[in-house]
Write a protein that binds this ligand. Structure first.
Ligand code: AMP
Length: 479
């Protein structure tokens, strides 16, 4: 095994693919790419434990493009561009992110890429499908609509990717996924990625993967050791808003995501923080697609300090390396706690996860989190002045409308009549202060990686523990 760093040339990927990633500024593969690329190139099924922000998309997309290249056609006839690789994602945002990436990776090849997701007009998508595309990225509900309308045909799909499979199950997509799988040929390569491994996920994996190789870049349901986790008890729910403002100020966080369990709560908290003089915005399922993309872009550009988000809205965001997250509400599902705090302290960088609790309901939620994460939290009392200016303006007793965000609101909207106009996501922003921070895998993560790849095929994997690899968010500025 050589000590020199692995490069994208070392995998034997086709030249146009290596050229595309080089142009994107990717200098070295990330740990998941080191593991996944050779396995996917060899045609094996994969079960991958990796979250957004690890470079997972290129980990599966580059070898898929490589495998499809011999079948690529420069003919303009749609019939010469059947769907050969299908990538399913739970949310519009994630589908669009994958699409933006795949389009870039395949830009020097004749392969065509398209994306379909709900909540927007079907017509432009139908036109794109009718022109033919070898790589199709889709949310399940909208894909089924297009299949029913015969805008596309999945019988020639040879490679299937299920991304964020755990979230797809949470969102009730299992029946849709099963219908889609039934439309594909039996002789295909399948890849499944999930941030957590519940029994349901294992069952799904058993049902449609064939002797998959397990690829992991983080411990199952693990919490990174480099994340400082603190729980604060405040006097009442009304004190939580003042507590968030105090935490952001006391720690002088450059940026932070604050999690709220309700859409109304998220919107109200963002307004409240603005009144308190913080630069805040909310992102949740009641905002239009355009608003959400705009808010996200502003956050990535550093124009927003505090992003108040619901779990569903935050899920697809390509934001991995934050200095801190704050749980304004503890999540109802303890696994969401793991997802939330995994947004900070990535890959060796230190991060903070601060949670606010009040009352016995929160104690129960905290106990569930302690059980899942197998750790006991020390709870600190936090005294805040609940008469901050923002609090005075917005304080009121909770109402019935403060209900949790219903996942259905965010699912594919399969009715075209509810279509909204859609602007594609703006191109990748230029470098910004923390999205461009160097990425350094921890030695522990690499050791775990080494244990968990149960590869039967020899993998040209080179393990390094100290070399920084490029930041995972936004990659490098293109020059
Ligand atoms: P993903 O986890 O696939 O959503 O990727 C997160 C971000 O990392 C995306 O903005 C990618 O463009 C970027 N990225 C992926 N692989 C690399 C790499 N090897 N070097 C630098 N940036 C990368």
């Amino acid at each position: 095994m050589s000590d020199s760093p692995l490069t994208f040339n070392d995998f034997g990927l086709a030249e146009p693919i290596v050229r595309a990633v080089t142009e994107l500024g990717y200098r070295e593969p990330t740990p998941i790419q080191e593991q996944a690329i050779p396995v996917v190139m060899s045609g094996k099924d994969v079960m991958g434990a990796a979250q957004t922000g690890t470079g997972k998309t290129a980990g599966f997309a580059l070898p898929i493009i490589h495998r499809l290249l011999p079948l690529a056609s420069s003919s303009t006839s749609p019939a010469r561009h059947p769907v050969r690789a299908l990538m399913l994602a739970p949310t519009r945002e994630l589908a669009d992110q994958i699409y933006q990436n795949v389009k870039e990776y395949a830009r020097h090849t004749p392969l065509r890429t398209a994306v379909v997701f709900g909540g927007v007009d079907m017509k432009p998508q139908t036109m794109a499908l009718r022109q033919g595309c070898e790589i199709l990225i889709a949310t399940p509900g909208r894909l089924l609509d297009h299949v029913e309308q015969k805008s596309t045909n999945l019988s020639q799909v040879q490679i299937l990717v299920l991304d964020e499979a755990d979230r797809m199950l949470d969102m009730g997509f299992l029946p849709d996924i099963q219908r889609i799988i039934n439309m594909l040929g039996k002789d295909r390569q399948s890849l499944m990625f999930s941030a957590t491994f519940s029994n349901e996920i294992r069952k799904l994996a058993e049902s449609f993967l064939d002797s998959p190789l397990l690829i992991e870049v983080a411990r199952r349901n693990a919490l990174a050791e480099n994340i400082t986790q603190t729980v604060y008890r405040v006097a009442s729910p009304e004190h939580k808003r003042a507590a968030v403002a105090k935490l952001v100020r006391d720690h002088a966080f450059a940026q932070v995501i604050v999690f709220s369990n309700t859409k109304i709560g998220a919107g109200r908290l963002a307004r409240q923080l603005e009144v308190d003089g913080l630069n805040a915005a909310a992102i949740h399922g009641d905002k239009s697609q355009q608003e959400r993309l705009k808010t996200l872009e502003d956050f990535k550009q550093g124009l927003i300090t505090v992003l108040v988000a619901t779990d569903v809205a935050a899920r697809g965001l390509d934001i991995a390396e934050l200095p801190a997250v704050i749980n304004y509400d503890l999540p109802y599902s303890p696994e969401d706690y793991v997802h939330r705090i995994g947004r900070t302290g990535r890959a060796g960088a230190s991060g903070m996860a601060l949670s606010l609790i009040t009352g016995s309901n929160d104690d129960r939620l905290l106990a569930d989190i302690e059980k899942l994460t197998k750790r006991k939290f020390a709870v600190e009392d936090m005294a805040v002045d609940a008469t901050l200016p923002g609090h005075r303006r917005e304080a009121r007793a909770p109402r019935d409308e403060d209900r949790p965000e219903r996942v259905e609101r965010y699912r594919d909207d399969t009715r075209p009549s509810r279509a909204r106009s859609f602007s594609p996501a703006p191109s990748r922003p230029a470098e910004d202060p923390f999205f461009s921070r160097p990425y350094e895998p921890s030695t522990e993560a690499l050791a775990e990686q080494a244990e968990s790849v149960q590869s039967k095929a020899p993998l040209p994997v080179v393990r390094r523990s100290t070399r920084p690899v490029p930041a995972l968010l936004g990659g490098f500025k293109r020059t």
